[in-house]
Design a protein around this ligand. Structure first.
Ligand SMILES: [Zn+2]
Length: 385
């Protein structure tokens, strides 16, 4: 049994720990004290929240995580009374939201086992929210199990992480990602190989890439940029292209979601029922939601530019691989000819400084530098011989 864990790619080192913790939790023996707080960390795409959800399923499933029974399925869809999965769209999880959550999970588990909270973005807890959570974790005799997820240990307050059992996920290998795409998502072998390489171990992104023609063609445009930096004008144009593409891609993800959220909110305030204008309370709530959406959109654009810059860096990285005669590890196998030519006409020293320039631009953007200006400065540096 324990099929839910089979879905975790490249994480064999933690699966045994989770399996035996789930098995111990149901023997009910007093000697085996259940750990009430777990912290799953790992790079984006390593599947930290999938691991946490799989563990939640194993804790409530009569078959230790079969993946097919009522308990297992309702845990994922949000229909299980004892499992709560907290996903955050906003920039932070505020103390009011956390208090509300604590009231909800204060009751004893309805099925007699555990009440489980999966928090996908524990790194977004505000300090006061984190302190409220800390009190809940420390409460003796609790039947609640907290499964927190964050990119790294440093993203969580020391007081919280010291109370948690920590599990570190790994970036799955390109071959592991490729196998999942072929076997689980029924993607052709050649596309799976390509998608796994360019997404560098990020399963979700690999699948999205393999299934979306527009994402692939946008990437093609980005990856041609290093070959088009012949003049200052061309460099500035390249910066504009990169920002435009990243913005377009980010907007596509957020627009449909924004509309759906506003519709839902208006419905909640009874817009559909009365057919008339909304009450002031509703208008205020919509305004607040729009503000939240705007800050999310800004973040999405920045994330998207960051992704494009990382792609760009893989071009120079591949050039350096060719220069050191290491062609097996190429990421951009579709551009091998261009990469070979570029390698023949440049020094590895200049390629390394270009990669450094890209990483510096990413750092600047993370510190809220203006996207277009940052990219323009970067492209001018990349244009240098
Ligand atoms: Zn099950």
């Amino acid at each position: 049994m324990s099929f839910v864990f089979d879905e975790l790619v490249g994480q064999e080192h933690i699966i045994d720990i989770l399996k035996s913790a789930a098995a111990d939790s149901r023997t009910g023996s007093e000697s085996q004290e259940m750990t009430h707080a777990w912290l799953f960390t790992g790079p984006p795409g390593s599947g930290r929240s999938s691991a946490a959800v799989a563990f939640a399923q194993a804790l409530i499933c009569p078959n230790q995580g079969c993946g097919t029974c009522n308990e297992c399925q309702s845990a994922v869809t949000g229909g299980h009374p004892d499992v709560e999965i907290i996903r955050t769209e906003g920039l932070s999880i505020k103390v009011e939201e956390l208090r509300e959550l604590l009231t909800r999970v204060a009751w004893a588990p309805s099925m007699g086992g555990w009440r489980i909270v999966v928090m996908e973005d524990a790194d977004r807890l505000t300090e006061s929210a984190a302190n409220a959570l800390l009190k809940a974790i420390e409460e003796p005799g609790t039947r609640t199990v907290w499964l927190l997820c964050a990119p790294t240990l440093h993203d969580v307050l020391p007081t919280i992480r010291s109370r948690c059992r920590h599990l570190q996920l790994r970036t799955p290998s390109i071959d592991a990602v490729k196998d999942v795409l072929i076997n689980r998502d029924k993607i052709s072998a050649s596309m799976a190989d390509f998608a796994a390489r360019v997404s560098q171990g990020h399963i979700g992104r690999a699948k999205y890439f393999a299934n979306n023609e527009s994402v692939r063609s946008n990437r093609n445009v980005i990856m041609q940029l290093p070959l088009q930096l012949g003049s200052l004008a061309a460099a500035l144009q390249a910066a504009q292209t990169l920002v435009d593409i990243a913005t377009e891609e980010a907007n596509r993800t957020s627009e449909s979601r924004d509309e759906m959220e506003i519709e839902k909110l208006e419905e909640a305030y009874g817009k559909g029922a009365t057919g008339r204008g909304m009450a002031t309370g509703a208008a205020k709530a919509v305004k607040e939601l729009e503000k939240e959406q705007k800050s999310r959109a800004t973040r999405l654009v920045r994330d998207s530019i960051d992704g494009a810059l990382l792609d760009l860096a893989t071009f120079y990285r591949d050039v350096m691989m060719v220069q050191s005669d290491n062609r097996d590890a190429l990421i951009n196998t579709d551009l091998q000819t261009q990469i070979e030519n570029f390698a023949a006409s440049t020094s590895s020293h200049s390629n390394l400084s270009k990669i450094n320039a890209i990483m510096q631009a990413r750092t600047d953007l993370a510190h809220n530098a203006a996207p277009l200006v940052t990219c323009e400065a970067l492209m001018c540096q990349l244009a240098r011989k």
